[in-house]
Design a protein around this ligand. Structure first.
Ligand code: NAD
Length: 477
């Protein structure tokens, strides 16, 4: 059992007067972590203490900050297996996926450690006697609020980029993966000056209290509803809001593709991490010419998946994060069926303990169903048949979200139209996942704002000062 502690003002074990809660293993309901809850006063204290540490860290040479982040990455790598085990115990994903998430997190820390010191400002061309330039500076105190679905990878990106650019950070990991956040913070803190990183634990109320503080940036990866609440809080305090939120990503299957291959892509996109990925496939627009074969192959794939605990090496699909989330997923499926959709695979709550949900395929869906329009975040593949590529593009574009989209097509002109016309941050052609290192998108609409990844994240955490140095008294230096 993990006994999570907070880190406030450089002191581990501080606070927790707001009570305690227990996180249960979603595979079998056994207790995994006990977690303190921060009070509002503790949140304010953490932010005040962080503010006190900000000037010293901001004044540290960029190369020294980068060296500290490299040491922090070493410390995280040294506890990689512990982090993966904690991730699987708290949120259920198969252990190899959890290991991949930790490795990705370590990679992000190292990338930011390499990139940050070589960034610079710009020199400007003013009069000969003056010197004009633009210099990047840290923003100050950054609140980092992260989700549970890939807890190490997501947190490392935000924490690494914020810290290496000279900001101090108050980190509040998800209440569903607090021990994972605690282990990560312990490793990072071991390589950083005291007070540069703080850790608060608790649920939405603690997150809201932190977002309402006089911080300089609130960086949030999580649901759209939370992102909206954070944007409102930032409007009141003047903090910058950096939001990477939910999506309802479409997959378009064109008339000319191999339906069996398309089914494999759809299954990977909809069922990986039990569908709990921000860029999971959430709705499938398939051309009538290949719909029958593709759906049949998708149903076969769904039926063949091995569902089980994340610790079992045979498992392909772990449980959902908890039963509350399973109720949300199942509620969307049953509402769709009640409105005329057809269940072709899964969709039935299993007996037994844990929060398992079967890979589910639903056909005869409509765009208005919450299963299609909203984010489901579960292993569900809703299928909508279309009569043309035009129709697919139009319907895929009509969404409150704008995170990512995938198009499977053999037509270069359809591929070109897709990336130009879809109003999303990321377009993938002929692969549901993948991309080049450093790729970073700006989400649109309800999916958020600002770069949450890539080299551009370093810019998000810095502000720019423009400087004009003139000679004294109008003369020469
Ligand atoms: P969430 O927004 O509920 O929680 C994320 C964090 O915000 C947690 O620490 C939580 O305690 C905190 N929080 C909750 N309410 C708050 C409030 N009112 N004010 C301030 N903080 C608050 O999200 P989640 O359920 O943990 O994560 C799942 C969501 O994350 C999905 O919607 C998924 O699409 C999204 N996500 C997006 C990306 C991306 O890059 N766009 C990546 C991963 C996950």
């Amino acid at each position: 059992m993990y006994r999570v502690e907070q880190l406030i003002g450089g002191v581990w074990g501080a606070g927790g007067e707001g009570g305690e809660f227990v996180v249960a293993d979603p595979a079998d309901g056994t207790p995994v972590s006990t977690v303190p809850v921060a009070t509002e006063a503790e949140v304010a204290k953490a932010v005040g203490a962080a503010r006190g540490a900000a000037a010293g860290w901001a004044a540290t040479a960029p190369a020294d900050r980068a060296a500290a982040l490299h040491r922090a990455a070493d410390a995280v790598a040294a506890v990689a297996e512990d982090l993966a085990l904690a991730t699987t115990a708290e949120m259920g994903k198969p252990l190899p996926d959890a290991r991949g998430g930790v490795a990705a997190g370590v990679g992000s820390l190292r990338q930011y450690a390499e990139l940050a010191p070589v960034r610079g400002g710009r020199t400007l061309h003013g009069g000969r006697d003056a010197v004009d330039f633009m210099a990047p500076e840290p923003r100050g105190v950054v609140a980092v609020l992260t989700p549970w679905n890939d807890p190490v990878a997501v947190a490392c990106g935000l924490l690494g980029a914020a810290l290496v650019t000279g900001n101090v950070v108050v980190f509040k990991p998800s209440e569903r993966t607090p021990a994972t956040g605690w282990l990560l913070a312990k490793a990072l803190d071991s390589a950083l000056p005291a007070g540069v990183l703080s850790l608060l634990t608790g649920g939405a109320a603690v997150g809201a209290a932190l977002a309402g503080q006089e911080v300089d940036v609130v960086a949030h990866v999580g649901s759209t509803a939370t992102g909206r609440a954070i944007a409102a809080a930032c409007a009141r305090t003047g903090a910058k809001a950096l939001l990477e939120n939910g999506g309802s990503d479409p997959l378009i299957v064109d008339a000319d593709v191999d339906p069996t291959w398309a089914a494999g892509q759809a299954a990977m996109g909809a069922f990986a991490n039990a569908g709990q990925i921000c860029v999971a496939v959430e709705r499938i627009y398939v051309h009538r010419a290949v719909a029958g074969e593709m759906v049949a192959a998708l149903v076969d794939l769904a039926g063949a998946m091995r569902v089980g605990p994340g610790q079992d090496p045979e498992t392909e699909l772990g449980p959902l994060v908890d039963r509350r989330h399973r109720d949300h997923v199942h509620g969307q499926v049953t509402a769709a069926v009640a409105a005329g959709a057809r269940l072709r695979a899964g969709g039935i709550l299993p007996d037994g303990s844990g929060a398992f949900y079967p890979p589910t395929v639903v056909t005869d869906c409509t765009d208005e169903m919450p299963l299609v329009r909203e984010e489901t975040f579960g292993p569900v593949a809703p299928v909508l048949v279309v009569d043309s590529f035009d129709e697919a593009l139009t319907r895929a574009a009509c969404s409150p979200y704008g995170l990512a989209a995938t198009v499977l097509t053999g037509s270069m002109s359809h591929a070109q139209r897709a990336w130009r016309e879809l109003p999303v941050g990321t377009v993938k052609v002929n692969a549901v996942f993948g991309g080049a290192p450093g790729g970073a998108a700006q989400p649109r609409r309800g999916s958020g704002q600002g770069f949450g990844y890539g080299p551009e994240l370093l810019d998000e955490f810095t502000t720019t000062k423009v400087v004009h140095l003139a000679a004294p008294g109008g003369g020469h230096w």
